[in-house]
Design a protein. Structure first.
Length: 346
């Protein structure tokens, strides 16, 4: 493992970048700022290594932008309606950072802190963070570790373990933006995606808060059960796509704790394919609709739909929806979840 300087935060903290690789020279670069995946290098069908995730050259880029590229999100990934919820009869109010709602835990989310490195090998690293009850206003003090491993079969494993001293929300995810033709290559609308879900959670409007319903994908542009290009139906006249400017929806995978393949993706130009697996009950498919015009690593030009996200999770606003699987973990109980992304040539 190699460790290099990644700049200094606005708070004066030094950030580091850790470079890990497997026996195939497939390489990941992660920073302790936000426990963030900065780069993922994998060889295409011509043998040329491509960086498959969006990111920035130093910590300043991550502080100055709000796209959450590659970051660990927590305590709660996705949205909480009206930035409030009730646990054990007590109402908790957290940051309003997306209109009146809370997105990705607010301004002090896990993506904004320097994590402590606890363990590392040539191809694996474990980050640790202590989240006090005052950090994000969720109940209880929480300890969390996140382990990245790039295995010799070119699978990126992300493993989360947490525990708190009060009943609290635990719903972490990784917010990597993937482009299987390389982060600098432009639109992903021609890349192929398959999502192993018969249903999704529709949203009420542009706030992207779920209605509380579970809706079938059958006969709608939301159906990715058979692989199709991401852009094939993205401009269809369909209210759900209009609300969110394209795909930005939670797909229903099954019971939490049971491992299942959640999605496959493929790029014909590079020959690179991705198989994503998780034990979570949902996955947020985001087509990068609002990346905007910005400059990434190495001067790359990023724009809307330069990448897509597959964020494993409990459903959005699940803490306020009694019919959704609950993201609340009891005091002293262990929170554990695993998600992996396997890269191969097809």
């Amino acid at each position: 493992m190699e460790k290099v300087n990644f700049g200094v935060t606005k708070r004066g903290e030094e950030a580091s970048l850790y470079v890990l690789e497997n026996k195939n020279n497939t390489t990941i670069k992660v920073t302790d700022y936000g426990a963030t995946l900065v780069s993922l290098l994998f060889a295409d069908k011509a043998g040329v290594q491509k960086d498959l995730v969006l990111g920035y050259d130093n910590v300043t880029g991550y502080e100055e932008h709000t796209s959450y590229f590659g970051a660990i999100i927590g305590r709660n990934g996705n949205r909480i309606k009206d930035s409030r919820f009730t646990i054990n009869g007590k109402e908790y109010r957290i940051d309003e950072n997306e209109n009146h709602n809370n997105l990705h835990s607010g301004k002090n989310g896990f993506n904004t802190v320097i994590w402590e490195v606890r363990e590392h090998t040539d191809n694996s690293i474990t980050f640790y963070h202590y989240s006090s009850e005052t950090e994000q206003k969720f109940p209880g003090n929480m300890e969390i570790t996140v382990t990245y491993t790039i295995a010799d079969d070119d699978t990126l494993h992300i493993v989360y373990n947490g525990k708190a001293d009060a009943d609290t929300v635990m719903n972490c995810t990784n917010h990597s933006y993937f482009n299987l033709n390389g982060h600098e290559s432009g639109s992903i609308e021609g890349q192929v995606l398959q999502i192993f879900a018969d249903a999704y959670t529709p949203v009420v409007d542009s706030s992207a808060i779920p209605t509380g319903e579970i809706a079938s994908v059958e006969g709608t542009p939301m159906d990715f059960r058979t692989e199709k290009q991401i852009g094939q139906d993205i401009r269809a006249y369909f209210e759900q796509l209009h609300f969110t400017g394209g795909y930005d929806h939670n797909y229903v995978l099954g019971r939490p704790g049971e491992k299942k393949i959640m999605a496959n993706a493929y790029c014909r130009e590079s020959g690179i394919a991705l198989e994503a697996e998780t034990d979570c009950c949902g996955v947020q498919f985001y087509a990068g609709n609002f990346i905007g015009e910005q400059t990434g690593k190495g001067g790359a030009s990023y724009h809307d739909r330069s990448a897509f996200c597959l964020e494993s999770q409990f459903y959005p606003n699940a803490v306020n929806e009694p019919d959704f699987p609950s993201p609340v973990v009891k005091a002293g109980d262990t929170y554990h979840t695993e998600t992996s992304y396997r890269f191969y040539l097809r």
